[in-house]
Design a protein around this ligand. Structure first.
Ligand SMILES: [Zn+2]
Length: 159
């Protein structure tokens, strides 16, 4: 059994949809990025790739690649899962914390869990999604961006 950690930040800008955990959340601004800017899914993908020693999403899906411009991060997560699958790793669980002052994410958490579980082909009970604020402190507190921290545990797949 191995564990991996992932961290990501994207800036909040106007003129973009806010996509978190694969859910389109009504908000005045969205996350900047080459893809849809979904920090939660990027952190999860990095945790999974980190646990297995398979690098990070920047290596597998570089922002210089025009074919992934505007891509759904659920797609990136699915592709990350298949990289793990090909290397004979099985996902045990993932846990992610999204750090943002607003909007309130509580109403969207269960859908995020389901989206992540579906993208990774695991059970929803193997996925945990949490949200917190920084009490107005720092760049997340000033609503300049959203951060996400994720941890994942994997084990060798039984052949
Ligand atoms: Zn990212």
């Amino acid at each position: 059994v191995r564990v991996g950690f992932g961290f990501d930040v994207h800036a909040l800008v106007s003129g973009r949809h806010l996509i978190l955990g694969g859910v389109n959340i009504p908000h005045t601004r969205g996350l900047e990025g080459h893809s849809d800017g979904d920090v939660a899914l990027h952190a999860i993908a990095d945790a999974l790739l980190g646990a297995t020693g398979l690098g990070d999403i920047g290596t597998h899906f570089p922002s210089s690649d025009p074919s992934i411009k505007g891509i759904s991060s659920l797609d990136l997560l699915r592709r990350s899962a298949s990289i793990l699958d090909d290397a004979l790793w099985q996902i045990e669980n993932v846990d992610v914390t999204i750090v943002t002052e607003c909007p309130v994410l509580a109403p969207h958490i269960s859908r995020m869990r389901q989206h992540v579980a579906d993208a990774l082909s695991i059970n929803v009970t193997q996925v945990n999604v949490k949200a917190t604020t920084t009490d107005g402190l720092g760049f997340t507190g000033r609503n300049e961006g959203i951060a996400a921290y994720a941890i994942a545990s994997v084990k060798e797949a039984t052949p």
